[in-house]
Design a protein around this ligand. Structure first.
Ligand code: HGY
Ligand code: MN
Ligand code: MN
Length: 416
């Protein structure tokens, strides 16, 4: 990269102000955000992102999964674009930065190039992927998954939320269903800036995570069926308690994950008990087991052992059980050249950095299957995320966006 470009920096104040402005949309109850996918709040956040992109003289593309693509022209009409983005949807008790930092970091690159009057050979496209979180509609990374050919659009449209509302209906209801075929776009490369959502970078005093790999994920929805009965008058030996069976299975999830420590994790975050009445023994329990590891064999072992343990538990209690795989992806190795561009940018800019494996899933994990892809991470306070108290520093946000900026313009090639 030309010496003149070495010192280019994004505008950290403008990035921070945009983060705080976006955070006002779909506020949580404790300082974070509840801007779940395909809600009116999501629609409002999309509109604000579109407004900012149009002010930055981008043209906005929208595909049939609601993925948003803000296009900044390059000088070579034949050159494939460099895409850069993440997601604007949040968890119900989400933070202000998970996903949003990556989308607005991409926009900040375009704003900075406009300020400096810099042209690039390849177009640059700031991107918002619909429903990364997978909280209202499983699985996570749904729309980047359709884009990468991992799910069909029909299957995605049929996904239902807890109230039985279908994804496709809700996307049309909020007015963000585009005409463009999903996945038709071809990319020169894709970069994603994301908070680490774990404690490593902060603990090691590093400003930048150079993400070489992403751990794999497995989501299995388990349904245990027993029998509703009176909690007072039903003798203990006669009970078919699905809630109790679930509790015993959750213990097994934890035990199995610990057996693969330190490179595996497991938990159950989604639990529904029916009829969920104080004086009715639950006749049904539905819950999702989330297993993760950088090693696919470990994930498969955890899935198999849990199934055997859960079947033993319900057999002994005289209950029934069903398993449904509702999400997952194999461990990911990001593109060597893109990872080198990230690492080189951190070194040139003088930011402390370390290679890291992403503990969380990201849209980049799917896009990596259809385009050269890499990620940049910044620390987050106490490694906390998927919690309204999620926090980063303004300096961390700027450092991450600076490294993203240099990796992107190196790949998009500045035209002198
Ligand atoms: O589940 C994940 O890892 C991501 O935050 N959706
Ligand atoms: Mn995220
Ligand atoms: Mn998240």
């Amino acid at each position: 990269m030309a010496a003149s470009a070495q010192n280019l920096r994004i505008n950290g104040d403008r990035l921070w102000d945009s983060l705080m402005e976006m955070a006002k949309i779909g506020p949580g109850v404790a300082g974070g955000n509840n801007r779940q996918t395909l809600t009116d709040e999501d629609a409002e956040g999309r509109a604000l992102f579109q407004k900012w992109c149009e002010e930055a003289r981008c043209s906005m593309g929208l595909d049939q999964m609601g993925n948003m693509f803000a296009w900044r022209e390059g000088t070579d009409p034949e050159a494939l674009p460099v895409y850069v983005g993440s997601h604007l949807d949040t968890q119900p008790t989400g933070g202000k930065y998970d996903g949003v930092l990556g989308v607005l970091g991409g926009l900040e690159i375009i704003r900075t190039l406009n300020d400096l009057g810099i042209k690039t050979k390849h177009p640059i496209v700031a991107t918002n992927w619909t429903n990364e979180e997978g909280t209202r509609y499983a699985p996570a990374m749904l729309s980047s998954g359709v884009f990468a050919g991992m799910h069909t659009q029909d299957w995605a449209y049929d996904r239902e939320d807890a109230e039985g509302k279908k994804f496709g209906d809700e996307l049309r209801r909020i007015g963000w269903c585009g005409e463009e075929e999903v996945g038709a776009r071809k990319m020169h490369a894709f970069f994603e800036l994301h908070i680490e959502q774990g404690p490593i970078l902060e603990a090691e005093g590093k400003d930048i995570g150079v993400v070489t790999h992403g751990q794999g994920l497995s989501w299995t929805q388990v349904t245990v069926t027993g029998k509703d009965a009176h909690t007072g008058s039903t003798p203990m030996p006669m009970r078919k308690n699905a809630g109790l069976a679930m509790a015993r299975i959750l213990e097994k999830v934890d035990e199995i994950a610990w057996s693969h420590a330190p490179h595996a994790v497991g938990a159950v975050g989604h639990i529904d008990v029916y009829p969920n009445s104080r004086n009715v023994i639950p006749g049904k329990a539905v819950f999702t087991v989330d297993f993760r590891s950088p090693d696919l064999d470990v994930i498969t072992d955890m899935e198999n052992r849990l199934r055997v343990a859960a079947e033993d538990i319900v057999d002994e209690m005289g209950l029934q059980i069903q398993f449904e795989r509702v999400g997952g992806f194999d461990p990911v190795k990001f593109d060597g050249d893109c990872v080198a561009a990230v690492r080189g940018a951190a070194e040139r800019l003088g930011y402390s950095h370390t290679d890291i494996i992403s503990g969380a899933g990201h849209d980049a994990c799917w896009i990596n299957r259809v385009a050269p892809t890499a990620m940049v991470m910044c620390p987050c306070v106490d490694g906390l995320s998927h919690n309204e108290a999620e926090e980063i520093s303004k300096d961390w946000a700027a450092a991450g966006a600076d490294v993203l900026f240099h990796a992107v313009i190196e790949t998009a090639e500045i035209v002198e």
